[in-house]
Design a protein around this ligand. Structure first.
Ligand SMILES: *Cc1c(COP(=O)(O)O)cnc(C)c1O
Length: 816
């Protein structure tokens, strides 16, 4: 986009709080961490339940941003030269800007909504039509109240077709999105059960979603399901044209057996590249849209066969030579490149960063402008090396060289693969980003570590969702310490810590010194509390600026002596008070001695804390209250000798949920971050972060005389199919789950364990579960099968299940 600041004032209907330097705006910024082009960006200070954009204005000003849209008055003299546009609601202002921007274009705009498949249909239409039109589309799944205006603002005079998706979860939301997208062609994917929380009925949900289509001249939908079809029948006659598809004759596009398609007077045969129902429905939506757009039916089948599965996931995996690999080898365009680079920037574990990038398909910009822009993006994200693949990007490497980026070019993916052994990769983060036709899967396969096909997948979006759920419960100003001990409850170490650091957590806590050292080595600069520091690790504490918990007088004296010996003063420490957990902590009786020693100790007390023994259980609330009282008294005693403010904290996950009154200055969030509701109140929208998956190595057909596994404990009483899967107790799948106690999900159905669990393998009884083959994926826990449920079968708790998954199981981190 290209507007003067005065244009923006007019388009958003803002009033000037201060008129600063005239600037041209090319970039919209709503997340202060994603600043790239300070002079040409305008920041919308948006308020959400967990943060307020106005807090970041000073920092952005210091970084050179001079244009702000705000909804609360501020002292303009503090921001000399800045343009301050005042509006009632910054999100609405952004939406209004997008809506006005949209009105400048008269190209066809496809608006997609429905419960499932929006992103896939959008991406497939882009795949199918990219040679016919210059297309602008929503990046990834940008379909929310914020994502939609950001997508629509990408529209530019070079574009010939726009494809945007719209997603809602509550009544009243669609009108706002419809006013921004103003689609001319609507696609309604389907009406599922997903996201129905905010709606009273299916009918209400349908009607709300349908509001997207108010401006459409045509709506494409699948006629075979009952409720949508009944609804369409009630629409006015002079409404939009309806392009229906389905198995019946009244449909504009009729789908005959075997995917023969009848349209007007012609018939043609489709070959489906997918077999699952959802993909088939999505494909047929696309076919209908192509027909409507006038793509000749002779061309359609060959394009459909080439459709590729859409993965909107950005994945981070462990790579060869201690590298981290981010795999986004599915598409290459500027907006998805920007998102991938942001993801890369969150990961600070390596100083060196390399991007492997293919030619970027036609975007409307000249190649020179395009690669100049890409070069400055890479530069701003601190990329040191570019491995460029393809004839066009290879011609434009000077733009990158000018920015100090080392480059190397390869004419094709094959050329790269052939020379792979000569290219050095060592302790760096590598982003692999290529257009589909470059087939970068071969490159990621070379870079990634081979897995033994049992993986723990970590959903980073879920982690952030959970973080926000708990942040919402905090009173203003309360800090949050994230517990990342035991590899972040088994989910990972620096990968998780990096993300938490990026998203503004205040403190991290680990159990032991070496865990803290590993985080420091991976570039974590947040303060880190070490709960169980031993004298043998004192040197490492100091070297890595880790803050130990002191919990007893002997430890206090030992560490004090060490500090003085090193000539240090004011070393940050935390004091743990015993109030009833009876694990670690200073007893009340230690307080006189502690308060005598503190003033001469050479310590700076960062915080004083205690731990609740039964915060999840209402039956023990009186005891918890007693603990809090003892804690408060201890804090008061300490404050008589420590004359600067220190943080006080006692709440863990369950307490945050149940006891808003005990937040003091900080809370310590543990298991809830990983999606487990330890308070059991069920009133938060938590998402489980970890999914443990394995694969089937072999399937056997056995009869009543056979037995399965060690000790012949797996008895068979009927003709049975038995699958051997690649996970055992050495991976952390408890042996107590043997002999029918545990179950795994095979093809979406629960299959019981048969026989005893082996060290590396487990046998499942899959009798009666259809369409299961060797090599198929099996879910051990995650999704439908919650880790808490599996833990219960094993007579333990989710904490132990998660932290017990052995380190030989590879972790894969992804973001949708
Ligand atoms: C592990 C731990 C927590 C976090 O507990 P959750 O129940 O996982 O929230 C908090 N404080 C201390 C001292 C801990 O050891």
């Amino acid at each position: 986009m290209n507007y003067t600041i005065a244009d923006i004032a007019t388009l958003t209907g803002a009033s000037w709080l201060q008129q600063g330097d005239p600037v041209t705006i090319n970039h919209l910024l709503t997340d202060s961490r994603k600043l790239l082009f300070a002079d040409s960006s305008i920041f919308f200070a948006i308020r959400t339940s967990s943060r307020d954009g106005h807090q970041f204005i000073n920092r952005l000003y210091a970084q050179g941003v001079r244009s702000f849209v705000i909804s609360q008055s501020m002292d303009p003299t503090l921001l000399p030269g800045a343009n301050l546009l005042l509006v009632d609601d910054t999100l609405e202002a952004l939406q209004q800007l997008a809506s006005r921007h949209r009105m400048r274009f008269s190209i066809p705009v496809i608006g997609i909504t429905g419960s499932n498949g929006k992103t896939i249909v959008k991406e497939w239409l882009n795949q199918l039509l990219e040679n016919d039109f210059r297309i602008v589309r929503s990046p990834r799944s940008y379909n929310s109240q914020l994502g939609v205006p950001l997508s629509v603002c990408l529209m530019d005079p070079v574009h010939e077709l726009a494809i945007f998706e719209a997603g809602i979860s509550r009544p009243g939301e669609m009108n706002r999105l419809a006013a921004i997208i103003q689609p001319t062609i609507g696609i309604f994917t389907n009406l599922g059960l997903a996201h129905s929380e905010g709606f009273r009925s299916q009918q209400e949900k349908l009607e709300e979603k349908w509001k997207l289509f108010d401006s459409c001249s045509t709506i494409i939908y699948h006629k075979d399901g009952g409720i949508i079809d009944k609804w369409v029948a009630t629409l006015r006659d002079n409404g939009p044209e309806i392009f229906s598809w389905g198995t019946t004759e009244e449909c504009a596009m009729q789908v005959l057996p075997d995917f023969r398609i009848r349209y007007r007077n012609t018939e043609f045969q489709l070959r489906m590249p997918f077999t699952d129902e959802a993909s088939i429905e999505n494909t047929l939506h696309c076919v209908a849209c192509l027909l409507y757009l006038g793509i000749p039916e002779t061309l359609i089948p060959e394009r459909i066969v080439q459709l590729k599965p859409v993965s909107m996931r950005l994945e981070l995996k462990e790579g060869i030579h201690h590298c981290s690999v981010i795999n986004d080898s599915y598409s290459a365009d500027i907006s998805s490149l920007t998102i991938a680079l942001d993801f890369l920037s969150q990961q600070q574990q390596h100083l060196r960063k390399t991007v492997i990038l293919s030619d970027i398909p036609e975007t409307g910009l000249s190649a020179a402008r395009l690669y100049e822009k890409v070069a400055s993006l890479l530069h701003r994200h601190g990329i040191q090396r570019l491995l460029a693949i393809g004839p066009v990007i290879s011609e434009h490497l000077h733009y990158f060289e000018e920015k100090g980026i080392h480059t190397r070019k390869f004419i094709s993916t094959d050329a790269f693969v052939n020379r792979f052994d000569e290219i050095p990769f060592q302790e760096e983060t590598i982003l692999v980003k290529g257009a589909r036709r470059f087939g970068f899967e071969t490159i990621t396969a070379l870079l990634e570590m081979q897995e033994h096909q049992t993986v723990l997948e970590i959903n980073l979006n879920a982690l952030l969702n959970n973080l926000r759920q708990y942040q919402q419960l905090l009173s203003p100003g309360i800090r949050l310490m994230a517990m990342v001990k035991a590899f972040s409850y088994g989910t990972g170490s620096f990968e998780i810590a990096n993300l938490l650091q990026f998203h503004g957590v205040d403190y991290l806590a680990v159990a032991y010194t070496d865990e803290g050292v590993a985080l420091r080595r991976a570039g974590i600069h947040l303060p880190i509390m070490v709960m169980n520091a031993a004298p043998s690790g004192f040197a490492a504490l100091l070297e890595h600026n880790l803050e130990p918990v002191l919990y007893s007088l002997p430890l206090f004296r030992q560490f004090g002596q060490y500090i003085r010996q090193e000539g240090l003063n004011s070393y940050p420490v935390h004091l743990e008070m015993e109030t009833g957990m009876n694990r670690l902590g200073f007893a009340t009786g230690d307080l006189p001695e502690l308060t005598r020693l503190l003033p001469v100790s050479g310590f700076k007390v960062q915080s004083v804390f205690s731990h609740l023994a039964a915060s999840e259980d209402p039956a023990h609330d009186d005891f918890s209250r007693h603990q809090v009282r003892l804690f408060e008294q201890a804090c008061l005693s300490i404050a008589t000798v420590v004359h600067y403010p220190f943080l006080r904290h006692i709440e863990n996950t369950a307490a945050i949920q149940r006891k808003p009154g005990w937040q003091f200055d900080m809370v310590r969030l543990g298991i809830g971050l990983y999606g487990i509701d330890s308070a059991g109140t069920g009133d938060l929208h938590l998402m489980e972060v970890a999914t443990l998956k394995t694969t089937i190595a072999q399937i056997k057909t056995l009869g009543p005389e056979d037995t399965v596994g060690y000790g012949r404990r797996g008895r068979i009483d009927r003709p049975s199919r038995i699958a051997t899967v690649r996970i055992g107790y050495a991976d952390g799948y408890p042996r107590s789950l043997g002999n029918g106690r545990g179950r795994m999900l095979v093809a979406g159905k629960e299959a019981p364990v048969i026989g005893s669990i082996c060290m590396d393998m487990t046998m499942l009884d899959i009798t009666g579960i259809g369409n299961v083959n060797e090599g198929d994926e099996v879910i051990v826990f995650g999704g439908e099968l919650t880790v808490s449920r599996v833990a219960e079968w094993a007579a333990t708790i989710a904490y132990e299940m998660l932290t017990g998954i052995s380190q030989r199981v590879k972790r894969i981190y992804y973001q949708d």
